[in-house]
Design a protein around this ligand. Sequence first.
Ligand SMILES: [Zn+2]
Length: 392
Amino acid sequence: MNSILLIPQPSSVIVKKSSISITDIPRISASAEFAGEAALAREQLKATGLAPESDRSISVSCVGKTGLPDEGYELSIRENSIELRASAKAGMHHALQSLRQLLLSAKETGSVDIPCAEISDAPRFSWRGCMLDTSRHFYSPAFIKKLIDLASLHHLNVFHWHLTDDQGWRLPVDAWPGLTEIGAWKIDGRTTWENYKVGGFYTKEDIRGIVAYAAERHVDVVPEVDIPGHSSAILAAYPELGCTGGPYRVEDRFGIFEDVLCAGNDRIFDLFADIFDTVKELFPSPYVHIGGDEVKFNRWDSCPKCKKRMEELKLDRANELQSWITVRLANMLKERGKTAIGWDEVLEGTEKRNLTDSPMYNRLMDVRQQYAFLSDESLPTIKSYFTNLREA
Ligand SMILES: [Zn+2]
């Protein structure tokens, strides 16, 4: 190898003429501050294809240096040693992941030649996320951990976990056992003669394990519970929360469905309170994603309870009920120390409710701009949307 190949490209790489040949797993030493990051890297380097650590091992030292951005680092590759410098644990983690990327190319040959170089790197974007939809297709905790590990290897720092949708509810909520007993399973008759149940849900232990695994890799897990639309799975378990009373089913196909949670039924807020308490219990992230996308208003238009609510609130159109719900959800999360985020259309109508001066609205706008920023043309990979991934 005569060049430094890292994804994404570091801010600065100065390649020297000499190089270093690595055949054995390097010996990593670190101060107490970086002990956790070093221990993780030692474990990860076992999968690089290099021989076990030996007397010939190159030494890698993890050294503190003030003045670097929290996620920034410096990496010096010299003829006989490698030095990593960072100001914070996150920066050292990224330094070690870059080293891991360089060493993974030994996978096929058992050795790797790296040019001596001075690398300096720091992220351009503070929110570098990937999202996995575990509703349309259920993924095992092991698969999710593998995805988070790969995201972290490539310096991403947010895992947006889409936990609920029309096709399956995956989050256990103690007071609403039907969500996982009924809402986590769909009947699929498309590929076999006999209908069969597909789906699954995560236990609290699964979720805690995934959050801890991500934290070890400096990845924040942002949960998404998509409400008040995309809620067929909720309605299948609790039909009384819909405008018509059902019957409903956990959907077996993609789409936007007419039935959503009844905006005139106060019980939906009891449900949201219990969901948010569970989310607070399990996810340390300051953000909770409330979805809010693709809500159909046909049922609200003709539902007596929803009409009554509109009269009370002096609303002209059914779609204004959603902005009323959005504000209430954001405030419920605020009471729990969390900031609500949503798909961009969640803000539709909130302007009309004269909310632009409220702190909640401004926070939503802040995050909207952040998301809008991430979807800018300059970051085409953000728009990648893989469907029908299979576990491998
Ligand atoms: Zn209704």
